[in-house]
Ligand binder design. Structure first.
Ligand code: ZN
Length: 66
C-alpha cells in the first residue's frame, strides 16, 4: 500500500529534476507516467507533449488539470 504523494511534493521533486532545469514546468502526472513540458506556468493546465501521443501528428499528448 502506497500513499499518494501530493501536488506540492511532486512539484518540489520536479524543481529538482533535469526537466525543470531545461525550462519545463515538469510537474509529474498523477499517474506518474508523464511530466508537464510546458514552460513554467501558474495556471492549472498541464500537458506532456511527448508522452501519450498515438501518432507523431498528434498536437499534444497527456493533458491534465491540478
Ligand atoms: Zn505544468
Amino acid at each position: 500500500m502506497s500513499r499518494r504523494r501530493d501536488t506540492v511534493t511532486r512539484a518540489m521533486e520536479a524543481a529538482q529534476s533535469g526537466g525543470r532545469a531545461a525550462g519545463y514546468c515538469w510537474l509529474e502526472h498523477p499517474g506518474g507516467r508523464a511530466h508537464c513540458t510546458r514552460p513554467p506556468h501558474t495556471d492549472r493546465q498541464h500537458v506532456d507533449y511527448y508522452n501519450g501521443r498515438t501518432s507523431p501528428t498528434d498536437a499534444a499528448g497527456t493533458e491534465w488539470f491540478e
